[in-house]
Write a protein that binds this ligand. Sequence first.
Ligand code: BTN
Length: 267
Amino acid sequence: MMIDETALKEVWNKEVIRGRAANGQLPFFEVWEEIGSTNDRAAVLAKGGAPDFCLVTADKQTAGKGRRGRVWESPAGSSLSMSLILRPRVPLDTLSQLTILGGIAVKRCLEKAGTAPRIKWPNDIRLMDRKVCGILAETALSGNCAAYTILGIGINIRRAAYAEDVAPLAISLEEAGAAVSREELMAKISGEMMDLTAKWEQAGDLSFIRDEYEASMEWKGEICRVISADGSFTEGKVLGINTDGTLRFLTNEGEKAVGAGEVSLRR
Ligand code: BTN
């Protein structure tokens, strides 16, 4: 089923435009039936000057990108693929915190849809111990300023959204019993991101959502492994997050602030 542009426009006006007059540049959305990657298309729009909070969505991606160079499956009708253009006015070294905010935005919307999402640091969203949503943030720099960040969000809507080989690790909203339209969900996530980034620009860090994040944090207090990009791993207890979004991890050598890595439960 295609994404319904009329239905999206209706919720978009309510959740994102919110009656603001069109004297500045208002965020717009683009709907595609099929595209390589919504993140790549959003980057093209951003380079052309598209404003904050413009959205690109597609019913199907043929070259969806996951984190760490992985492929992200997003077949027609069963997945939600969205990319938001973000232009926050914050120091460069704080930009990685956007992925944490993205996780909070999705978590809030999935809670409103009647599910009990958990966030696996930094930003996988899980339901019933399986992954329902992944987030990929890509930043382009101009000089030593951020030109823009593309926040890409992929959500499994129906079982067909993922291949059989990842089936034990993945779940869809339909399987979790959540009945919510893609149009509504993506407009609401965009609206949440507007609220969150405004508060974040003021606060200067993630202190204002830290408690909320930790309350939904997968494996908080448990012994886990953090695997680095080179395959090496460290074991320790997940304590929470710092206000810069790094993971608070208690190892034999004391507490560490982990900036990147894949967390898994030690079994
Ligand atoms: C992950 O590996 O967990 C991140 C997956 C991110 C997928 C989304 S789908 C919309 C956007 N476009 C892409 O090519 N990737 C992101």
